[in-house]
Design a protein around this ligand. Structure first.
Ligand code: ADP
Ligand code: MG
Length: 706
């Protein structure tokens, strides 16, 4: 899709142009004639002229219109857009409101609008849009009271009001934009289209977005994943989607909700997520202005002890690290600074430091081989002016080419210095924590750039067998299935223990004997595991429905006891039988969870975490969109707080990470192959030093999808 003429039109037609005080049509007309380098035509059949220009009756009377801006009453809007399409215009911004944002009549009207757009192949922004801005050509086709100053950042927003607020706020902050688009109802063009267009745009260095929803999560992630290799994308996502929310019947369903899906999607796409409007613009500014660090070491240079410590703490909390200086750096600092200065990181140049001393210290630390970035923290003193400091920082930054952030810890006296720095692309803040957080975003984006985009692997699996298991389960009319479907995992190469689901105590004994034979343990045999199998019992151990270490001679009685417990718990419970399972050694292993959930916007998700019966208490899980690639699956293990446990903490043997990584990939493939699997938990997946085994299974099936 080519949106170049949308942002750089030669001729713009405003349909609904008027001089009527207080009207949207007037505000847009004024903004259009203010600075646009191209030509503007006004269309309004009810008036002769608008601001001294002859008003045309219809858009078809003008030739070569690249962009039509439609600001007409809502009942005329669809017809006007049809005429726009009919006269060969390709780009349309529909300002008019009264579509799907309000009521069913509006929704119907929006469907008509989409049909017209499809018929003529229109690039349509809106409806219910504030408009678009493109500073290189002076285009302001919005009704915002203020335009944008120019810069390398392109910004899309689902809220028009947020744009007007940002433009006003940005006016005295040197916040410059290349393009700004108010997405409105996103009837045709949506966030994916703009991310794609700006990814190809040489004048856009950073893409920012304020989004309340994402039209098609999967497609958006696919496009953004390509774009973020070259261009950073930062998004604030507000609001939580309720669509498709259902009562979860699994741990994964409960944990991997829509928030987790957004988190996963953004992360896989390489999108930096901002939590607030302030972060959005802080991150945008530093990404646009500063180079990416080549290493994580940060030097702090301050003239005040306390704020220096604040910066140091913030570095500790971030993904960055306080740089440890080379010996030569300490020597050079000792030569340049007075005896009571601190020549270790954080470098304290002392409160009486003139600008020259700041400058020297900064030069020395930026030349250190362990330093990737610097934070300068300055409090007001009698010995220097912030403006002079700004100049020094600009010079040194320019010379060394490493990213620098500045804390000007003051108010009115810092303003002009902040302005100078910002013009040079160096961000400044009051708060050291904010400076460090922004620098950390450079590091995060650096990681995005560095990563290999590896495709998810195809595994040798038995799809037919998996389908048969699901169909068999669905034929019984049950949508909730448990360990009786373990074969499903086997079909996808996920190891399961020896075992069988049996319907009588005698069969249980036979199954236990077979396990005894197969394990070949002889006198060391530690018994079997027996579990009640019932679709009505979600968590078996809660009702004493799991017995670990049942000796062969106890199996018969254990069967009867398990069934009795189930009856006792719920007399009407359907009891499928009892599973007799090989007992695994838990001493050297970690109980983990691998699961699947399905999100209405993002599709199948895979979850991995610390498992067992306390999974929701431990809350140590991570989610990705399925299918996952090998590096993504590996990243999931590292995400966990419990990662050291897997890697072999405190003299324990590490678990077989390769086995776990493979299982996460295989399960993510299963989820992708079978939309009928709505939710699935393998909990626990027992990760041992020599392999990983799924000992429990729970899933929900949608028979319609089979
Ligand atoms: P539920 O989750 O319904 O309570 P599980 O089958 O997950 O039932 O079993 C509960 C716990 O019992 C597991 O977390 C694990 O600690 C233990 N367990 C289950 N199966 C085995 C097995 N085959 N070997 C060893 N321990 C097991
Ligand atoms: Mg379980």
């Amino acid at each position: 899709m080519d949106l170049s003429r949308l942002f750089a039109p030669g001729r713009v037609a405003l349909v609904g142009a008027t001089e009527r005080e207080g009207s949207v049509g007037r505000a847009i007309a004024e903004n259009l004639i203010a600075e646009f380098r191209g030509e503007v035509v006004f269309v309004n059949p009810n008036v002769e002229e608008v601001f001294g220009r002859r008003a045309l009756d219809r858009v078809s009377e003008a030739d070569d219109v690249d962009l039509a801006v439609v600001a007409v009453p809502v009942d005329l809007a669809v017809e006007v857009v049809r005429e726009v399409g009919g006269s060969g215009v390709e780009n349309v911004v529909v300002i008019t409101a009264g579509f799907s944002e309000g009521g069913s009549e509006g929704a119907t009207r929006e469907r008509e609008l989409v049909q017209v757009a499809e018929e003529y192949g229109l690039n349509l922004v809106g409806p219910n849009s504030l408009g678009v801005i493109s500073t290189p050509v002076g285009l302001n086709a919005t009704f915002a009271p203020r335009g944008a100053s120019s810069g390398p950042v392109s910004f899309m927003s689902q809220s028009g009001a947020f744009i007007t607020a940002v433009l006003d706020w940005g006016a005295d902050r040197d916040l410059g934009f290349k393009d700004v688009v108010s997405l409105g109802n996103k009837a045709v063009l949506d966030e994916r289209d703009f991310v794609e267009a700006w990814g190809d745009d040489p004048d856009t260095d950073v893409v920012l977005g304020y989004l309340e929803s994402i039209e098609d999560g999967r497609e958006f992630v696919g496009t953004a994943r390509e774009v973020t290799r070259e261009t950073p994308v930062v998004v604030v996502k507000s609001g939580r989607t309720e669509a498709g929310a259902h009562a979860a019947a699994s741990h994964t369903g409960a944990i991997a909700g829509s928030e987790a899906a957004y988190e996963a999607g953004f992360r896989q796409a390489g999108i930096i997520r901002a939590e607030s409007a302030q972060d959005l613009f802080d991150f945008g500014a530093i990404l646009a202005g500063q180079p990416l660090p080549e290493q994580d070491g940060v030097a702090v240079v301050t003239n005040a002890g306390g704020p220096g410590v604040m910066a140091t703490d913030a570095v500790g909390d971030s993904g960055l690290a306080l740089a440890s200086f080379e010996g030569a750096t300490h020597e050079a600092l000792a030569g340049a600074l007075p005896g009571n200065a601190n020549v270790y990181n954080p470098v304290d140049v002392i409160g009486d430091a003139p600008v020259g001393r700041f400058r020297e210290a900064l030069e020395v630390v930026l030349a250190d081989g362990n330093v990737g970035a610097a934070v300068v923290v300055a409090c007001p003193t009698a010995t220097f002016e912030f403006d002079a400091l700004a100049r020094a920082v600009m010079d040194v930054q320019d010379e060394h080419g490493l990213p620098v952030a500045v804390c000007l810890m003051g108010g009115a006296s810092t303003r002009s210095a902040a302005g100078r720095l910002s013009e040079a692309g160096i961000p400044s803040y009051f708060d050291p924590e904010r400076a460090v957080r922004s620098l950390d975003v450079l590091r995060r984006y650096g990681e995005v750039r560095k990563r290999d985009n590896v495709e998810p692997r195809e595994f040798d699996v038995n799809r037919e067998r998996a389908r048969n298991v699901l169909e068999r389960a669905a034929r019984g009319g049950e949508t909730r299935v448990g360990v009786e479907a373990m074969e499903l995992l086997d079909a996808y190469g996920i190891p399961i223990p020896e075992g069988a689901v049996v319907g009588s105590p005698a069969d249980a004994v036979a199954a236990a004997d077979r396990i005894y034979e197969a394990t070949d343990a002889g006198a060391d045999f530690e018994g079997v595991v027996m579990k009640i199998v019932s679709p009505d019992i979600l968590h078996k151990s809660d009702i004493g429905g799991v017995k670990v270490g049942v000796a062969l001679e106890e199996v018969y009685d254990a069967y009867e006891d398990l069934v009795a417990r189930a009856r006792n718990y719920q007399p009407s419970a359907t009891v499928v039988g009892v599973q007799v399972q090989e007992r695994l050694d838990l001493d050297a292993s970690v109980e983990t969870i691998v699961g699947v959930n399905r999100d209405p916007q993002f599709g199948p998700l895979v979850l991995f975490g610390l498992g067992g019966i306390f999974v929701e208490v431990l809350e140590d899980t991570t989610v990705r969109l399925a299918p996952v690639s090998e590096p993504e699956a590996r990243g999931m293990l590292d995400d966990l707080q419990a990662a050291p446990l897997l890697h072999g903490a405190r003299g324990r043997e590490p678990v077989d990470e390769e086995a776990v990584v493979a299982i996460v990939q295989r399960l993510s493939r299963l989820a992708t192959d079978f939309p009928a699997i709505l939710e699935l938990d393998i909990n626990p997946l027992i990760a041992a030093p020599d392999g990983a085994t799924a000992v429990d299974l729970r899933l929900t099936i949608d028979p319609e999808e089979l």
